[in-house]
Design a protein around this ligand. Structure first.
Ligand SMILES: [Mg+2]
Length: 396
């Protein structure tokens, strides 16, 4: 039997139809077996890489033919013996975004990745207008002992120093097939903290917002803080709650996000440490699948200053997500959670993708993604949707 050799061949240059067909025909003509092939055409330039195995005697004639083909088509030819198996380590998807991604930000990120021997396999702009968003697929060396936590830390440090937003996700089928999203309400889906608004009506605004602030910083036990704040609302007529609703505004991009996710078949719910009266209002208004929150106890049309049922706190939020996903038979890897406060942390960690939205540093540092943009629809980029795809979903 004739000796066989493995050869890695690369063609680069201006792309035009027919190159692939001509190259494969030449391979066949010279008895080369195709082992692997990858082709990318980007910005009008082609990169075609083929791994072949062929009889040693056929190598020179094949290269001669390819050289001639490349010469007459303005392409550049490279080849080398392929003696090593090329296997990639774990792959990650990095999404970085900002109103403008500065060259020095990209340099800093590139250096930080290189320092950890992380290779950039692919890079693609998802948006280049009001917002610049770059998606990268990177891979860890097989030999390295770097983990997901390391790569996230590296990327987040650069992102914080250079003021861009970032997400780090394991690159696999689940990243691209999310099916469920749960959102915190106060300061996430809506711009306000509802209890502060109610307190304003009840004339106890300062007392309540002081407790809220401390709770959001994680300094106060959530249940205690909630109980204390609700107690301050005792005697408030329920009719006042509807006046509060009129003062509440949705976060910019919330409706766009929900419209696109619905078209993609997502299950969508609010999981709030706030109150059912409001969560239900927005569930109906936005046509969502669920709303979970605390129930204010009412007697004779007035708040009693107590909540009924189990308090929706940090642990409960995560538990609700788990239970709902299980009921809908959706693996947690296919879920997304979005929130801004310390009481969202467990929920963000439980979801396949946890997004810290305009969040406190404590929350940011422990999530897979952080966004410091006004618009909630920016989350669509983290799911891999380009600006153009988002527009099509919104207006078609
Ligand atoms: Mg919140």
């Amino acid at each position: 039997m004739a000796m066989h050799e493995k050869l890695l061949i690369q063609l680069n240059g201006r792309d035009c139809p027919g190159i692939f067909a001509s190259v494969t025909a030449l391979l066949k003509e010279h008895n080369a077996e195709l082992t692997d092939i990858q082709q990318i055409s980007s910005l009008g330039r082609l990169s075609l890489v083929v791994l072949v195995e062929l009889p040693v005697l056929d190598i020179l004639p094949l290269l001669r033919s390819l050289k001639q083909f490349c010469f007459s088509n303005g392409l550049h030819l490279d080849f080398e013996p392929a003696d090593q198996e090329r296997t990639a380590g774990s792959q990650y998807a990095l999404t970085i975004l900002s109103s403008r991604l500065r060259p020095e930000s990209l340099t800093a990120l590139g250096r930080a990745l290189a320092q950890q021997q992380i290779n950039i396999d692919r890079m693609y702009f998802l948006a280049r207008s009001n917002l610049e968003c770059l998606e990268m697929t990177v891979s860890m060396p097989l030999s390295g002992d770097g983990s997901f936590a390391d790569i996230r830390k590296t990327v987040f440090e650069v992102a914080t120093a250079y003021e861009f937003d970032a997400a780090v996700q394991q690159e696999n089928l689940f990243r691209r097939s999310k099916r469920m999203i749960v959102m915190d309400m106060d300061s996430t889906l809506i711009r306000q903290e509802v209890i502060d608004e109610i307190a304003d009506f009840a004339g106890v605004k300062n007392k309540v917002s002081e407790i809220t602030e401390r709770a959001m910083r994680g300094e106060l036990d959530f249940n205690q803080a909630l109980t204390e704040r609700v107690a301050l609302l005792k005697g408030l007529p329920v009719s006042e709650l509807d006046k509060v609703i009129e003062r509440i505004t949705l976060t910019p991009g919330a409706e766009e996000l929900i419209k696109v996710l619905k078209k993609m078949g997502f299950k969508i719910a609010i999981i709030s440490g706030g109150f059912t009266h409001f969560a239900e209002h927005f569930r109906k208004k936005l046509g969502l699948d669920g709303a979970y929150a605390n129930e204010l106890e009412i007697q004779d049309g007035k708040l009693t200053g107590r909540v009924t049922g189990e308090i929706v706190n940090r642990e409960r939020k995560a538990q609700i997500l788990k239970e709902w996903a299980a009921r809908e038979k959706i693996p947690l890897e296919q879920t997304v959670a979005v929130g801004d406060g310390a009481n969202d942390l467990d929920m963000l960690k439980t979801a396949g993708l946890g997004v810290a939205f305009n969040a406190k540093p404590l929350v940011r540092s422990q999530s897979q993604a952080f966004i410091n943009q006004a618009g909630l629809d920016v989350i669509l980029y983290l799911l891999g949707l380009s600006e153009q795809e988002q527009r099509q979903m919104l207006y078609d």
